[in-house]
Design a protein around this ligand. Structure first.
Ligand SMILES: Nc1ncnc2c1ncn2[C@@H]1O[C@H](COP(=O)(O)OP(=O)(O)OP(=O)(O)O)[C@@H](O)[C@H]1O
Length: 247
């Protein structure tokens, strides 16, 4: 594992609301450079809203988001991507009516300053090497892939944006147990390669196992936080696991 360093992402007193619904009520946390940080908690706790606000999909009602010391609060989504804040949203963000190759080419173009045109073909081939099933079916429509394959394509797309911070929203959702293991192996692999990851998961036990630091969100607030080894043995976290398991 890489050494965790200075904060890459700092979230201070973040608030997100949908009309009168206060989804995120003033949360603060940091993601050290090259770390994996996980947000766990029951349905509706505000995890996806937190990622959406960091990625520029939702405008925060209050608070500050800083990336490597730069204020990136409330940037439009494309500007957030340009800054290196890359979200792989819940539910496999792929372009179903385009081929696998077209999906990857478009993703490789999403952050030109980080991946110049001359380097794109090799970067795409590197993703085919990582996910051979995508390479074998590169001319197939993305919508014909299985759920697990679509999640791999979504992650490959995220990586081709050359993220400074890769945010993964419930990457294991809806996948068979074997594929869940593959996704978490992949998270560990991407981390080893030096990518900083902010992970949101209902599959809390496994998420804590691949992460350095965790935060438990409940009703839009941070209920608990700590190193993952400490959190995993906390009885209050067991309650949060159950909250996630029963759905
Ligand atoms: N588009 C929306 N409009 C109104 N309320 C919303 C919207 N999206 C989320 N909410 C509400 O905001 C709160 C937080 O939702 P959010 O999706 O961030 O939680 P979560 O922890 O990611 O849960 P899940 O695992 O179900 O995605 C919930 O009360 C939810 O009902």
């Amino acid at each position: 594992m890489s050494e965790a360093g200075a904060p890459l992402l700092e979230v201070v007193d973040l608030q997100v609301a949908y009309g009168h619904v206060q989804a995120v009520r003033g949360i603060s946390f940091t993601v050290p450079d090259r770390a994996v940080v996980t947000l766990i908690g029951p349905n509706g706790a505000g995890k996806s809203s937190t990622l959406g606000a960091i990625a520029g999909l939702l405008r925060p009602r209050g608070g500050t988001v800083r990336l490597a010391g730069r204020d990136v609060t409330g940037l439009p989504a494309h500007t957030a991507v340009a800054a290196g804040l890359v979200l792989v949203p819940e539910g496999r963000a792929i372009l179903a009516r385009m081929t696998i190759e077209e999906n990857l080419v478009l993703a490789a173009e999403s952050r030109p300053q980080a991946l110049p045109p001359a380097e794109r073909p090799a970067a795409i081939e590197a993703q085919y090497a990582r996910f051979p099933v995508l390479g074998e079916r590169r001319r197939a429509l993305a919508g014909t892939l299985s759920g697990g394959e679509q999640q791999m394509l979504a992650i490959a797309r995220g990586l081709l944006a050359r993220p400074r911070l890769l945010m993964l929203d419930e990457p294991s959702m809806g996948l068979a147990p074997q594929l869940v293991d593959r996704i978490f192996d992949l998270v560990a692999e991407i981390h080893r390669e030096g990518t900083t990851i902010l992970l949101v998961e209902q599959n809390a036990r496994t998420a804590l196992a691949v992460s350095d630091h965790g935060y438990v969100l409940e009703r839009g607030q941070i209920a608990l936080s700590g190193p993952c080894s400490t959190l995993a043995s906390d009885p209050r976290v067991q309650a949060a696991y159950l909250g996630g398991d029963v759905e």
